[in-house]
Design a protein around this ligand. Sequence first.
Ligand SMILES: Nc1ncnc2c1ncn2[C@@H]1O[C@H](COP(=O)(O)OP(=O)(O)O)[C@@H](O)[C@H]1O
Ligand SMILES: [Mg+2]
Length: 373
Amino acid sequence: MAARHHASDAAHDIALKQDYAFIETYMLNILESTTDAILTVDENQRIVLFNTAAETLLACSRQEALGCSLSIFIPPQAQTAHEAHIQHFTQEEVQCRRMSPERVVRAKRYTGEEFPVEVSISRIQQNGQSFYTAILRDITEQINAEEALRQSQKEIQELALAAHCAREQEKARIAREMHDELGQLLTALKMDISWLNGKLPEMEHSIEKKLSSMQNMLDRTVAVTRRISSDLRPLILDDLGLVAALEWITQSFTEHSGVRCKLCIPKPDALILNDLYATVIFRIVQESLTNISKHAKASQVEVTIEQKEGYIILKIHDDGIGFSPNTARKPNSYGLLGLKERTNLLGGTIIIHSLPGQGTAIQVHIPLSHEQF
Ligand SMILES: Nc1ncnc2c1ncn2[C@@H]1O[C@H](COP(=O)(O)OP(=O)(O)O)[C@@H](O)[C@H]1O
Ligand SMILES: [Mg+2]
């Protein structure tokens, strides 16, 4: 019985040894086939393990790296920070953790070239000695792509801002010409017709009728011209400013839709905004009110605007049917997209709270740039 035990223990031993051999080959295989650079240092920061990917990444052969100090791969300006990090790491109980996941750490190739890496470090203890393993991943391409994305977003924003300004200037010019030039001509025509009417002898009844119908058409033309002009750009915005323009648009919203609209401006005198900011805010309110009259079936609307701690805060709230803002945009629906684009122009944020049956609240925060103060 004892002999059998002995024999089976020996077999188990061999199996275990074979397993160890297998595990070792397996681990070495992973170590050598990974594209991440892996290196291990001892307590004195001497390199004791250096995989093939590390050779490629750090442009240094294993023979050259083994036994060297890790500092040859750390840029001089990062040495102090690295030492502090290691110090902190050795004091912690944590066995394995990622170092500075949110920070870009810089590494240095053997050839001297510096580049950004993402590092994770783990510690292992063997016979009272600590070993630190670092896994390095080159993130140069990621950083470059992020920078290119940032740059192109900045350019798109600049382009959108330029397009917005050009559009508004053009609208203002047409609106002004329609109002001033066309408006004056039409008024002159009306006066001429009245004059003619007064000069007509009693019997010219048919001409009098014709003139009266022309008067009528002219009155409608004047009204249409005014409407087109103020839809393009309300002159009140340029002539009397944002507060007057908001009073005008909320009143005319109520007149046309029959929906009550309360405008709250706690400190109207403090609301002195340049043309760009005033136009963006006016257009956001205009589009929101258009949406309310088109879709909301509301009975009450509240528009609040105030300037607080370097921000303009605009809220438009209706008690209508609401909708699901997260559902996919309908084709040819650009209103809500326009609100976001306009807010983005000035680096602001927009939140649309809405639920079917529970009304809609739009909140816009726009930071005021320095020239606004
Ligand atoms: N205040 C609101 N109340 C209810 N539904 C709204 C409101 N604002 C927007 N919506 C919904 O969101 C959709 C998208 O709006 P928008 O982008 O302005 O496009 P459009 O007004 O041309 O349909 C609308 O079709 C409507 O269903
Ligand atoms: Mg719309």
